[in-house]
Structure formats: structure tokens, C-alpha cells
Design a protein around this ligand. Structure first.
Ligand code: ATP
Length: 328
């Protein structure tokens, strides 16, 4: 492959997710394979502005494929949102002889990358790294599969105590704007109800459904609630409302929170990260830029960053139907 690109920068930006390290490793090793240089940029766009970067070799990424988080650290940078900040970032790339950038992050990071590309004509490729799976143009984002498995395992444990004490548990999982985690985890963990931002079940329907379960002999139940669900103000108020209306239930609330973000990535996330890392570097070497690498029907694809940022990732309607049938 002959290309004008001789040095590629890689960074992680926004919220961390399991699989980011595997993607960094893949980018670094693909650069080594094609005999070009790779530079790791610390703390996302902020590190870029400050010139906080280090050259990476194939050996510098050993033993990281199995680690959660990101060895390059992640950050949110207010300064990069300004024109002056982005100018500093560009100067820093030029000074360090970096010809193109691979950004591993979520839609905010891609918006930044897209603006940067427009302003400086600088080649950028995005790899979707976020547990929320809320990015248009890819069926899966890095970290999503790990987060699902972590959450299902936690709920299995809660179910043990729920059934031993005949309790109703409200369990909040991550997903401020999207219910992908809640829906999949709810189906996978056999929840009695699943509340997601995309579908407002309504308080009355929730009470009705819980009452139906109680009458048919269920003594313990699990309700999975996405962080961004609008049925109640928040999961605690939701539980309070149900408690007031159904005093027979012994109710508890668990917020899974950041445990879903960390931990050893699943094999699926590691393989996806490896594939996406190779694709990102080779896409740049082919002279293409301003795309996000995604996956659909097990095939890698490219979506223009603008579409990835502006498009909406739809909730799986068939799975909603499955969940309706399972919770009968
Ligand atoms: P997550 O999905 O985990 O929140 P994210 O990539 O969406 O990840 P953000 O905090 O939204 O996380 O964005 C990461 C960084 O991208 C921001 O801190 C900022 O530096 C940059 N960024 C986001 N939006 C813009 C924008 N409109 N213009 C310039 N830079 C931006």
C-alpha cells in the first residue's frame, strides 16, 4: 500500500469503554504491519492540544487486549470546542509530523473530529467506543457487549436475593438517551418489566402489569429501568410511587452505575476492536477519511462521520415484541 500517510495518531475520547485498549493495540500493530509510525495521544482532544503524545511500537501495546478502560486515558475538552483550541490541536499535529488521526469515542468525539476535518482538511477516522450502543451506522459499538454481560451477571445475583426474600427490585442500568442496554439486559436476565426512553410505558400500565404478575403468583420481580427512562422522575421516585400504590410489595432499588463501564472486555468486543482498528488504519492508507468504521451483518462498513453523528440508532422493535411476549 503506497500512501502519503507516514504517521498516524490514535486517541480515546469521551467516556471510556471496554475494548478501547484492544482497538488501540490494533491501530498500533496495523501501523507497524504497514511500516508506518504510530503516535498515542493521551487524554483525548485535551492531550492533543497540549501535545501530550508518545510514539508507540507493536511491543508497547502488549498485554493490553484484556484490560478495560484505556491506557491512553480519556478526557472531555472544553478547549477543543473553540476554534482557538482546535487551531492549537492542529499546530500540535503538524509539529509532531502526524498525518492522520484515529479517534476512538462516541458521537461527541466524532462531532469534534468532523469539525476538525472541515476546518483543516485533516484526515480523521472514527471507531465507535461507547457502552451505550447509540451510534448510527453500526450495529455494535465497542464495550456494549461487555456492558451487557456485566449487567446480566449483576442482575442474576440480585435475582437470587429477590426470590429468597420475595422482593421487587428496580434496577437502573446505563443509557441516558437509548434503551439498548436495558432492553437486551432485561430480556437476557428475564426481567418482568423493561422501561426504556424510546417507549413510555406509563405508570398505570406498570402498576397493571405488576399487579397481573402478583395475582398470577409471582412473589418476586425484577424491573430493569434505563437511566433515561421517563416513566418516573428517576428510578427512586418510580419505586416510591409503586410502593405507595402496591403496599404488598417489598421494594428495593439498585443502580448498577459505573460497574457497567469497566472490566475485562468480552471476546466479542476484543475481536470487534481488532477488526475495526485494522480497518481504520487501512482506510486512511487508502486515502479515505471523515468516516466512522462500523459493523453490520458481521461485515465492516464505513459511514460518513456526519451521518454517524446526525443519524439515530433505532431500538430493536422485534426485541421489544419478544420482551412483551416474555413478560406475559
Ligand atoms: P460518550 O458517548 O461516552 O459520552 P462522547 O464522545 O460522545 O462519548 P463527549 O463528551 O460528548 O463524549 O465528547 C468528547 C469530546 O469531543 C468533548 O469533550 C469535546 O472535546 C469534543 N467535542 C464534542 N462535541 C464537540 C463539538 N461540537 N465541537 C468540537 N468538539 C466537540
Amino acid at each position: 500500500m503506497t500512501s502519503t500517510i507516514k504517521k498516524i495518531g490514535v486517541m480515546t475520547s469521551g467516556g471510556d469503554s471496554p475494548g478501547m485498549n484492544a482497538a488501540i493495540r490494533a491501530v498500533v500493530r496495523t501501523c507497524a504491519f504497514h511500516k508506518i509510525k504510530c503516535i498515542g495521544i493521551y487524554r483525548g482532544y485535551q492531550g492533543l492540544i497540549e501535545g501530550d503524545m508518545v510514539e508507540m511500537s507493536a511491543r508497547s501495546v502488549r498485554n493490553i487486549i484484556n484490560r478495560g478502560g484505556t491506557i491512553l486515558k480519556s478526557a472531555r475538552s472544553q478547549e477543543f470546542r473553540t476554534k482557538e483550541g482546535r487551531k492549537k490541536a492542529h499546530d500540535s499535529l503538524v509539529k509532531n509530523g502526524v498525518d492522520a488521526l484515529v479517534v476512538i469515542g462516541g458521537d461527541g468525539s466524532f462531532t469534534g473530529g468532523m469539525i476538525f476535518n472541515e476546518e483543516f482538511g485533516y484526515p480523521v477516522i472514527g471507531i465507535p467506543g461507547t457502552i451505550d450502543n447509540d451510534i448510527f451506522g453500526t450495529k455494535f459499538t465497542l464495550g456494549y457487549d461487555t456492558a451487557l454481560n456485566t449487567a446480566v451477571e449483576a442482575i442474576d445475583r440480585i435475582r437470587d436475593t429477590a426470590s429468597s426474600h420475595d422482593r421487587l427490585f428496580f434496577i437502573e442500568v446505563m443509557g441516558r438517551d437509548a434503551g439498548h442496554i436495558a432492553l437486551n439486559v432485561g430480556v437476557g436476565a428475564g426481567a418482568e418489566e423493561i422501561l426504556i426512553p424510546e417507549e413510555d410505558l406509563g405508570l398505570d400500565r406498570l402498576l397493571e402489569s405488576l399487579e397481573k404478575s402478583r395475582v398470577t403468583g409471582k412473589t418476586s420481580s425484577i424491573v430493569v429501568v434505563a437511566e433515561g427512562d421517563k416513566t418516573g422522575e428517576n428510578v427512586f421516585q418510580l419505586a416510591e410511587y409503586v410502593e405507595k400504590n402496591m403496599p404488598d410489595y417489598d421494594i428495593r432499588v439498585t443502580v448498577l452505575g459505573h460497574v457497567q463501564r469497566g472490566g475485562t472486555p468480552t471476546c466479542r468486543d476484543r475481536v470487534l476492536a481488532s477488526r475495526m482498528g485494522v480497518k481504520a488504519v487501512e482506510t486512511l492508507l487508502e486515502g479515505k477519511s471523515n468516516f466512522m468504521v462500523g459493523i453490520s451483518n458481521d461485515e465492516l462498513n464505513l459511514t460518513p462521520l456526519e451521518r454517524a453523528v446526525k443519524g439515530k440508532s433505532e431500538i430493536d422493535k422485534e426485541l421489544i415484541r419478544v420482551s412483551d411476549i416474555m413478560t406475559t
